[in-house]
Design a binder for this molecule. Structure first.
Ligand SMILES: Cc1cc2nc3c(=O)[nH]c(=O)nc-3n(C[C@H](O)[C@H](O)[C@H](O)COP(=O)(O)OP(=O)(O)OC[C@H]3O[C@@H](n4cnc5c(N)ncnc54)[C@H](O)[C@@H]3O)c2cc1C
Ligand SMILES: *[C@@H]1O[C@H](CO)[C@@H](O)[C@H](O)[C@H]1NC(C)=O
Ligand SMILES: *[C@@H]1O[C@H](CO)[C@@H](O)[C@H](O)[C@H]1NC(C)=O
Ligand SMILES: *[C@@H]1O[C@H](CO)[C@@H](O)[C@H](O)[C@H]1NC(C)=O
Ligand SMILES: *[C@@H]1O[C@H](CO)[C@@H](O)[C@H](O)[C@H]1NC(C)=O
Ligand SMILES: *[C@@H]1O[C@H](CO)[C@@H](O)[C@H](O)[C@H]1NC(C)=O
Ligand SMILES: *[C@@H]1O[C@H](CO)[C@@H](O)[C@H](O)[C@H]1NC(C)=O
Ligand SMILES: *[C@@H]1O[C@H](CO)[C@@H](O)[C@H](O)[C@H]1NC(C)=O
Ligand SMILES: *[C@@H]1O[C@H](CO)[C@@H](O)[C@H](O)[C@H]1NC(C)=O
Ligand SMILES: *[C@@H]1O[C@H](CO)[C@@H](O)[C@H](O)[C@H]1NC(C)=O
Ligand SMILES: *[C@@H]1O[C@H](CO)[C@@H](O)[C@H](O)[C@H]1NC(C)=O
Ligand SMILES: *[C@@H]1O[C@H](CO)[C@@H](O)[C@H](O)[C@H]1NC(C)=O
Length: 603
């Protein structure tokens, strides 16, 4: 491994006389305005100079925004609003909190509107050809390239200081073909051919209109590019695998300006990489050919809730035992066809509680099943609930299943799952793990209980800890044919639950710069979250799109054994390393400094 890393780093050494750092506007080499104008002409006027949308909230800003500050503040936390802006991202602290409106958590009095970690220019792309011209232009000038679909990324990977951003939102083609000829096998596939600027809301609606559906996320405002590039789980992943497992073909523009078709007949290594090998790394995907599926018929759903009713340490203890009992049951429930999601929350039952084990835990977990009936659904869950309630002390601990609802269509499920506009902008540093039978059912219940208590720790006493449950692994990922599997971490193939935990305090109120506040939270997370996961699930990994981007072992945790092949593929298709994302393949060879905006090779 060490030798391999050394060879890889030799491979990635500057080979074309490029300097140690990507270009920035203070460099002599930074293109002059005329040069940007010439680029603009060659992309039919689609080049936009970045103007932060919240500029109208600052007196004397040199930026011009056409959206007034009231509207910016009203809509700032809506994912859809952020997706409409060329430059903006949903979690602005990854862009140095540089031009946030007064109602943002991180706004500071006296703050000016700056570009900070936002791109310098944006290509409002509608065609692969435009992207090819712009990407080649930028990479040959040592200018960092970032890709923005929706800007939803939880770790800010769709922004970057001093970059040219390729904004895919307006690549909106969508079409269906029920007999798409497979490139090498003698068979046809029922597919959706879709531009990478679509989001899952529009993709699902279009598919439903032809009686089909796709493996999507559950939030309609999430986009295709980042989601698929990292894996992509949702309400159907436990049946059919992740979104990355559905890619039959993609059109990819490289930073060298080539427009490539990647499928089983050509550029197979690129296809393999973009099937879950991390977004924003190998090229800019403009179009996907994705498998479609029949619409599920009856969708049954119900919520399992657990709450503590007394301030009683015995009951608190019973709540952890009940949670462990539930976790042990989940693999069997998923193998029987159920999926779902929800969260557990700690609850202080006395004053001055420092250890998680002195707290209680409460739970709300929505299960759903397809093509089933309410009674079949109940008969799967009732024994699980009885086991949860029968442990230790069952007189007060309340464990209930809501009366199951039978929805008329798969689309109706999304209405239940998305009661309001999708929200963004909250501050947290996530840490997550994929858990399979070895970590859920094959260990003693006491041990499982202790892991659950340990992972729900918090940095500041008195804060609640949240553990998000995603029942998105199981038979789907496990049964994906070998030929459809790409670089997605193999941990998904054995996983049942994707657990996400928060607890670090990211303090943007103090004197620290955003980068330093993030690094402080990252240090705590490494010690108090990642260490717990590694003890609990040493052989597993994390879902790259919903993970701690500062994870000290990201190569293994995000990519597993697939990491070894990826640096060479990255080097082949992006030889200038123009596409950098945090904890992406090869990123440990670079240092991105949010304080200076510089992106430089590690010496
Ligand atoms: C409200 C919300 C709900 C979510 N729900 C789910 C869920 O149900 N399941 C799930 O798996 N994840 C979910 N996520 C996480 C989601 O997978 C990531 O946020 C993902 O990065 C979103 O991709 P995007 O293209 O919309 O975002 P962007 O921020 O635009 O892009 C994210 C990353 O992908 C790259 N990228 C985008 N488009 C392209 C392209 N065309 N070619 C190459 N690279 C590209 C960008 O460079 C960046 O690195 C959710 C996130 C949010 C905020
Ligand atoms: C930049 O513009 C100047 C002036 O128009 C021109 O002479 C020069 O060739 C351009 N450089 C590049 C790299 O395009
Ligand atoms: C690019 O050209 C278009 C059309 O001429 C113009 O509206 C736009 O402002 C230009 N962009 C830049 C960055 O100059
Ligand atoms: C804006 O400019 C005016 C006039 O130059 C100046 O008086 C004022 O202090 C400036 N405001 C801020 C917030 O910089
Ligand atoms: C990021 O913000 C800090 C202040 O918190 C500032 O000192 C620094 O210059 C900013 N970085 C960039 C690239 O603007
Ligand atoms: C981007 O391009 C699309 C399609 O040409 C256009 O409708 C839209 O107004 C453009 N957006 C911006 C911000 O220029
Ligand atoms: C499906 O794709 C094949 C191959 O491109 C084409 O021949 C066929 O006409 C397409 N069918 C539809 C319905 O578009
Ligand atoms: C392809 O499959 C069809 C139907 O399964 C079969 O009739 C045909 O002979 C096959 N063609 C080849 C070249 O194998
Ligand atoms: C649901 O039933 C339909 C009709 O029989 C079938 O086509 C589909 O594959 C089933 N879906 C799931 C998720 O089981
Ligand atoms: C439990 O006790 C604590 C302090 O003793 C109190 O703050 C809290 O409200 C109580 N909770 C319930 C559910 O009674
Ligand atoms: C809280 O508990 C800790 C350890 O149990 C103890 O050291 C501390 O003095 C207590 N604080 C208060 C305010 O009671
Ligand atoms: C408590 O546990 C006993 C024994 O396991 C069981 O028979 C009883 O139904 C449980 N009571 C409740 C309220 O769940």
């Amino acid at each position: 491994m060490k030798l391999q890393l050394l060879l890889i780093s030799l491979l990635l050494q500057p080979i074309r006389g490029d300097s140690a750092c990507k270009n920035n506007p203070l460099d002599r080499k930074w293109p002059i305005l005329d040069n940007w104008s010439a680029l603009n002409e060659s992309v039919n006027g689609a080049l936009i100079k970045a103007n932060p949308v919240a500029a109208t909230c600052f007196a004397n800003s040199s930026f011009t925004s056409t959206t007034n500050c009231d509207t910016v503040q009203k809509r700032w936390f809506e994912s859809a609003f952020q997706a409409e802006q060329p430059e903006s991202i949903g979690y602005p602290y990854w862009a140095n909190n540089s031009c946030v409106p007064p109602n943002d958590y991180a706004y500071r009095k006296g703050q000016q509107c700056e570009l900070g970690g936002l791109p310098s220019y944006i290509l409002n792309a509608t065609t692969a050809e435009q992207i090819a011209v712009a990407a080649k232009w930028a990479s040959s000038r040592d200018i960092r390239i970032v890709v923005k679909g929706t800007g939803h990324d939880l770790n800010g990977r769709s922004s970057g200081a001093n970059s040219l951003s390729i904004w895919t939102k307006h690549i909106q083609n969508i079409d269906f073909n029920s007999s798409w000829p497979h490139p090498i096998a003698n068979k046809t596939e029922n597919v959706m051919i879709v531009g990478s600027g679509q989001n899952w809301g529009t993709a699902l609606r279009s598919a439903a209109s032809v009686g089909r559906t796709v493996v999507s996320g559950q939030d309609p405002t999430v986009g295709l590019g980042g989601f698929i590039g990292g894996g992509g789980h949702g309400p159907l992943s436990s049946h059919y695998g992740l979104a990355a497992d559905q890619v039959l073909q993609a059109t990819v523009v490289t930073t060298e300006g080539q427009i490539l078709i990647a499928n089983d007949a050509q550029n197979q290594d690129l296809l393999w990489a973009i099937r879950g090998g991390g977004p924003g790394l190998y090229g800019i995907v403009t179009e996907y050919v994705l498998r479609t599926y029949p619409l599920p018929e009856n969708v049954v759903l119900g919520t399992l809730s657990m709450s503590v009713t007394k301030n009683d340490t015995r009951e608190a203890s019973a709540s952890w035992t009940a949670l462990a009992s539930l976790c042990r049951s989940i693999p069997d429930l998923m193998d029987s066809g159920l999926t779902g999601n929800g969260f557990a929350l700690t609850k202080d039952i006395t004053h001055n509680v420092t250890r998680t084990s002195d707290k209680a835990v409460e739970l709300s977990l929505m299960f759903f099943g397809y093509n089933t009936t309410a009674s079949a659904f109940k008969s799967l869950l009732e024994p699980v609930i009885a086991r949860m309630a029968s442990k230790e002390q069952n007189e007060t601990l309340s464990v209930t299943l809501s009366e199951p609802t039978v929805l008329p269509s798969y689309s109706a499920l999304f209405e239940v799952l998305n009661p309001g506009p999708s929200r963004c902008g909250d501050i947290s540093l996530t840490s997550s793990r994929l858990l399979g039978r070895p970590e859920l059912t094959d260990l003693p219940e006491d041990e499982l209980r202790t892991h659950l208590q340990n992972i729900m720790n918090v940095q500041v006493t008195g804060r609640q800890s949240r553990l998000v449950f995603g029942l998105q692994g199981g038979p789907g990922p496990r049964n994906v044919e070998k030929e459809m599997r790409g670089a997605l971490t193999p941990a998904w193939r054995k996983a049942y639950i994707h657990l996400m935990s928060t607890g670090a305090v990211v303090d943007f109120a103090g004197d620290a710069t955003p980068q330093d506040a993030l690094l402080a939270a990252a240090a705590w997370t490494e010690e108090h979250k990642e260490a717990v996961w590694r003890r609990w699930a040493p052989d597993s990994g994390s879902y790259i799109n919903e993970a701690n981007p500062f994870n000290g072992n990201f190569q293994y945790d995000f990519y597993g054994g697939n990491y070894d092949r990826l640096p060479a593929i990255k080097e082949k298709y992006d030889p200038t390393s123009s596409l950098y994302v945090q904890s992406g393949v090869g990123s440990h060879l670079w240092h991105y400094d949010l304080n200076t905006g510089k992106l430089c090779r590690q010496s």
